[in-house]
Design a protein around this ligand. Sequence first.
Ligand SMILES: [Zn+2]
Ligand SMILES: [Zn+2]
Length: 403
Amino acid sequence: MIKVILKKLGALVPACFIGVLAVQGTWAATPGDNMPLGRKAVAIVDGQYPASYFPNTELLGADEMRITALGTGMPNQTKRAVSISYFVELGNGDKFLFDIGSGAMGNLFSLRPDFSKIDKVFASHLHVDHVGDFMGLHIGSWLSGRYTPIHFYGPSGSTPELGSKTFIKGMKMAYQWDIATRSGALPDAGGEIVVHEFDYTEKNQVVYQENDVTIRAWPAIHSLDGSVSYSLEWNGLKYVFGGDTYPNKWYMKYAQGADIASHELFLPPKALAAYFGWDLGQATYVSTRIHTEPQAFGKVMATLKPRMAVGYHSVQSPENNAAIMDEVLKVYDGPLTVARDLMVINVTKDDIVVRMATVDEYVLPPNVTDAYKKAPRTNKKSPSKLIVAGKWKEYTPPPMPEK
Ligand SMILES: [Zn+2]
Ligand SMILES: [Zn+2]
């Protein structure tokens, strides 16, 4: 059934490895998740996954990892391919975001997640197609259930002003008015951003370790100093998020043993030139010097041999996907997924299942918890007398409800 569905997607899903799970065992899964009304999650029995992933209908196995590609496209995002972001959920209930590029918040929201659990973003670098929706996430999740600070993990730069601390400081400055208008009406602590900047030059350093989850970072090669790749290790499973990078020796070393190794998979020069209307020289420079063109991706994966190679960061069209696949397959014939937005990968020690999510385009916000409703809101504010005096006297609002 899963195979049939993927076949129907044709050129949009050029190649997928489908492992059929035979999962036994416990189903603890996202304990305490705030499930939307009308939804009851059930365990997957005998590896019989539905052909499509319907958010909040499946219990994640206690030993299972679910990776959802929220954005796989370019800075010039389209409706079907927004900028880069991956959402990782673990069977212990922990959730992580790797990048939150422009447009990705809409896809995250379409999953109706429990936003009180989503408070950590790991940024690979500070390009808009990797962090452009950070403030959208911050404000949107503060409105929809998050009542504790959000944590931004990201690299330093070659100078202080090119690092994550400055980025967050700038975002706070730029959105002062927005944050001031919502403070008081929304939980105080939810409006806070905590930045964890780390040295981008450190190799395989631990940047996060809690609850048996270890996240490491190492340098990537992309444009200027200050890009990194990450690995997340938990329960014997390893997920690698490459960010943007030219093929590099650190990735080849520290991504070893990955169950899921994601790495950018850019358009080949000719396709890139055609897409942007660039000359072949510029396209060749960007595709093969700043990014990783398909044959280079294939060579990386042929050497690394992950259980599943995941490529992303391209322009989704049948022609472009065909051009990418032609080049990759010249040098790599292992398990491969070319990720699309809202592709879902379930991972256990035994198997890997790749499906697409089915979401409602007019999705309603998830329900919020009692803890969110009761969280302190202390800031009092009001507009000036001049503005208040401008209220039209011919209209009287309805009385406020009794408390
Ligand atoms: Zn970039
Ligand atoms: Zn990028």
